[in-house]
Design a protein around this ligand. Structure first.
Ligand code: SF4
Ligand code: SF4
Length: 272
């Protein structure tokens, strides 16, 4: 599994957005197709069969080249590609031509306009558009998974303005998860939309990353070299030994649930 963030922007402005997408001062970034295609080829060469295009950051349908990217994946040996979307900018007829997609709709407010609007800062027209898109997708037989996002959803509460944030969220945001052994997220590295290759798909704090969490950049170094790098192996071994850097120590996305697959172990054995 490889996670690739295609874009660092979203057309919504959710107060809980883990990536602080619309408040970051970086320029808008998308991975151009001239870079994306070789990344996919390298990933296949490494044995990657599954892609994640949204580790909860970015609205991929804001990428002007998204359908060309999906075309490329569809024709490749990648077996499955999954992503979350707010489903506001989709072309259902175009999506019907892909067989490998697992589309998760982040359904903010679960069909209730007041909650939707509070969570996303969007208006009634946007709410209606999404509900219409879901209805059209179901009518036309597009395979979608509607992922309920009620107000009580357990988000990564990082994009917070303390003036507007309910107290319950502040507590959750500031919690620190106890760590013990290897964080399974290390088996899920991620490419950011600026090309940075980072150790894990830790979505909540992607924009706070210190340089020691970045292994290199796919715009200048091959994915294979970064994927199999000694530094990646070193971090995995450090975690196994209960040693964590400052960033991991403060992280609340630590997970023991993700275990290595044969694919992970095979690539681990190739790391220097
Ligand atoms: S939480 Fe999702 S829909 Fe909301 S701003 Fe962030 S990426 Fe966009
Ligand atoms: S502890 Fe957090 S930052 Fe460290 S590898 Fe796990 S998810 Fe990533």
């Amino acid at each position: 599994m490889l996670a690739i963030e295609l874009i660092n922007r979203c057309n919504f402005d959710c107060f809980f957005c883990g990536a602080r997408l619309n408040k970051i001062d970086q320029p808008r970034e998308t991975i151009p197709n001239s870079i994306f295609y070789p990344i996919i080829d390298d990933a296949i060469h490494l044995g990657v069969s599954r892609l994640k295009l949204t580790p909860s950051t970015g609205e991929i349908f804001l990428d002007n080249e998204i359908y060309e990217k999906l075309d490329y994946i569809e024709k490749s040996k990648i077996e499955k590609v999954e992503f979350h979307t707010n489903f506001s900018l989709v072309n259902i007829d175009k999506l019907l031509r892909y067989k490998k997609l697992h589309i998760f709709i982040s359904h903010y407010g679960c069909g209730n306009y007041e909650t939707f609007s509070y969570m996303t800062q969007q208006n009634r027209a946007m709410f209606d558009r999404i509900e219409d898109n879901i209805a059209e997708a179901k009518r036309k037989g597009l395979h979608i998974l509607v992922d309920p996002r009620p107000l009580s959803y357990d988000f990564n509460y990082d994009n917070t303005d303390d003036k507007t944030l309910p107290d319950t969220y502040k507590t959750k945001r500031d919690r620190i998860v106890m760590k013990n052994g290897l964080c399974g997220m290390l088996w899920l590295p991620r490419i950011l939309s600026n090309g940075d290759f980072v150790y894990c798909t830790c979505s909540g704090k992607a924009r706070d990353l210190p340089s020691y969490m970045i292994l290199g950049n796919v715009f200048s170094t091959s994915l294979e070299k970064l994927y199999l790098s000694a530094k990646r192996k070193e971090m995995i071994l450090e975690h196994k030994g209960g040693k964590y850097n400052d960033y991991c120590l403060k992280c609340n996305s630590f997970s023991k649930k993700i275990t290595p697959t044969i694919f992970c172990l095979r690539n681990f054995s190739k790391m220097k």
